[in-house]
Each structure stands twice: as structure tokens, then as C-alpha cells.
Design a protein around this ligand. Sequence first.
Ligand code: GTP
Length: 439
Amino acid sequence: MTDSHRSAFGEHGGESGGFIERTFRERIVLAGVTIPPATEEDTDAGLDELEALVDTAGADVIDRVVQRRQTPDPATYIGRGKADELRDAAEAADCDTVVFDDELSPAQQRNLEKILGRTAIDRTAVILDIFGQNASSQEGKAQVELAQLRYRLPRLRRGKTASLSQQRGGGAARFGGGETKLEVDRRRIVRRIHKLEAELRDVASHRETQRKQAKRSRTQSVAIVGYTNAGKSTLLNRLTDSGVLVEDRLFATLDATTRRLQLPGGEAVLLTDTVGFVRKLPHQLVEAFRSTLQVAADADLLVHVVDASAADPIAQMHAVRDVLVEIGAADVPELLCFNKADAAPEAKRLVDRHPGSVRVSALTGEGIEDLLIAVGDRLRAQTDLVELHVPYARGDVLAEVHREGEVLSETAGPDGVTVRARLDPAGAARLQAWASPSE
Ligand code: GTP
């Protein structure tokens, strides 16, 4: 992998480049280790997923090498003898890069590259690479770059860095003051990390303000979650195209992935796209995406998009649910949405097996109306419809109803206002004293 062949992401990603070649499809050998209590089947399933990830990143898997061990080798992860075998397999497959299914320490990676005579990367690098290719919003790009730099920093080494000065041909090993190039690279990356952290802190505080505004206006929020490549962004765009999008300057600021949407029932919701999920989401990514992921944990409803045409949609669904647990969103109600119905005849069977789920094609628009109706139904099911009678003297109570819920109608009577409203169960209980006698 030469620097001139760096990925597109590397070119606009500042100091961090992609990890996988993309000017042609790289040939890859996968390596996995079964460490009890994990079984060979677990390793196979992990490698199947890794193969799909490598394919998404734009490379081809030619071969796999697996080993069973009690513990990883601290120096080479796999055993020394197995590393030689892996080198032979890589040579036979004429492959450029070996991808390991688990995270390698910087030292293990260095040692393996020496033995293998080629690039050794791990699952984390592949995932960071895919996220790098897919990041579209400014915030997303900054988050991915931060995660990549945090991953790269301890792995920087002389002669092997993808630093910009090297790409530009500034290959001098030493700079003034006796500082090595490595130290200069490291310092520059640390500076860039701090800058990105500060930028993302600003976005996070902006997001917090949005969240408070949404809470105050009682706008319910819906987060789109799903496995990487499930079609989340396409779905968000489809909803935008179907004209259900409501322009709202309040929310249409920094964060390009949040839209205000009007449901068929008339109520407005905030709809947010989140990052794609995968199994063993690297902790660097979870850290960098914390404020984005928080949106899912705070949402009133998750639309969980599942690619019905994937080789194993159920496994992807479970991988997403594992991540939801990790980010504290396990208790948020979930609406399953089987996507790519146009390309997946089995979508119907999946919907039948999951009561309450819907089948859509974000590409053709099929089922989108049903999805919107289902979202409205699910949100309404979480609120209570109440009728309150508030005396004119109690303007404060009326204000509270407006603040806490969605007012459907207000009728002025001789001694007060009759209000029909939707409130969450806690709000309904608090305002119980004002309930109309008929309620
Ligand atoms: P990440 O950003 O990786 O999380 O992906 P995503 O979930 O946002 O997926 P995205 O919307 O980028 O779609 C991934 C691929 O699936 C694209 O090539 C889409 O064109 C395709 N796709 C999305 N929805 C459909 C669909 O309903 N049918 C078909 N056939 N393809 C779809």
C-alpha cells in the first residue's frame, strides 16, 4: 500500500488516511483465533461478518486462516508457527494485506508485519475505514477522523506513517531542534485531536440545546438505527422526498441528519439518522460518536432498519441490539422496519415472523406510508388521551398542559376551558385533578 494510493477519505481526512487500498480491489487473507469459551462456529460467524465488512470497504477476501488457542500470544496474537503458516497462505493467495478479526496491540501489529512481510490490520481498522468512506455530515466526518487518529496515534512509527509531509515527499528524518519526524507527527496529531474534540464539544452542546428545545416543545423524537448499509440514509432521504419534511430552522442547523417530519396523523416528530452499527463497534468510535448515539438513547422511538436482502438479517438485528444495550438505549421502544423489499422476497416472511414490524423499500418508496402510520401509532400508544377542565383562573395549569403535552382541542365554556390533549403517563397522572368528570 503506497501513499499515492491512499483512500479518498485520506485525502480530505487530514492526518488520517483510510486503511484499505481503493484504487483497485485489494486481495485480503483473514485471520481468526478461537479462544475458549468461544467455539469454532463463533469464529466462523465473526469471520463471515468480517468478510462482508472487507467487501463493503472495497476489497476481496481470498483465504482464511484460523487457530485455536487458550490465550492470545502477547507478541504476535497468533502463535509464532501459525504466523509462518499465515505468511505462506498470504503468499499463495498473492494477497496484500492480512486482516485479523480482533483488535491487535500496536506491538502485535508491528511484529506480525515483520513476520508476514505485508500489512497487518485488524477489524477495528476495517470498520473505521468503512465509516470514513460513509461519513457525509461535517460532524460525522469529524467524529470518524477523531476515532481514526486515536487509533493511529499509538501505532505511529518511523517510515510507516501516512503523514502528510511524507505524502508530499518531505521525507527528511529529522527536523530542527533534534526532534525526530516521528515526534513531529505525533505532536501534530495530538494537536489535531484536541481541535476535533473542541469542535465536537461545541456540536454536542448545540445538540443538547436542541434536545431541551424539543423537550420543551414536547416534540417527540424518533431515531433511525440499523446495521451499516441497511439503508438508513436512503430512508431518511426518501422521507424527505415524499414531501413529509417540515422545514424548521430551529432544528435545521449544524446537524444535517436531523429532520422535522409531519406524520399522517398531523403530529410533528424529530427524525434523526444515526451511525451504522456493526458487531464489536470499536470503542474509539463509540467514544467519538457519543453525542450522536445519545440521540438514540434519548429517543421516544427507534426505527430499527434491517436489510432484508442481507445474507443473515437476524444476525445483523442482534448485532444492532447489542450495541443498543451498550449505549443505554435498550429500553427505548423499537419499530422493526425490514428494508430493501424490492430486492428481498423473504421480507414478507420476516414481517410475518415479527408482529408489528413493517416492510419497506427506501429505494422505490413501497411501504413508506405504512411506516409513517406505524410510527404515529407507536408514538400515540405511548401517550394517554385526556380531557381536562381548567377554570379560567388557572392559566398556570393550562400553560402546563401546553408545555407537557400535545393539545388537540380547546373549547371555551362558561367557567373554564375544556382541553383535549395527549400526555405521557406521568403528565396525565400529575394533571389528573383537572380531568373532566366524564373521563
Ligand atoms: P451506513 O451509513 O453504512 O450506516 O449505511 P446506511 O444504513 O445509511 O445505508 P445507505 O442508505 O447508505 O444504503 C446502503 C446501500 O443500500 C446503498 O447502495 C443503497 O442504494 C442501498 N439501498 C438502500 N435502500 C434500499 C432499498 O430499499 N432497496 C435496495 N435494493 N437497495 C437499497
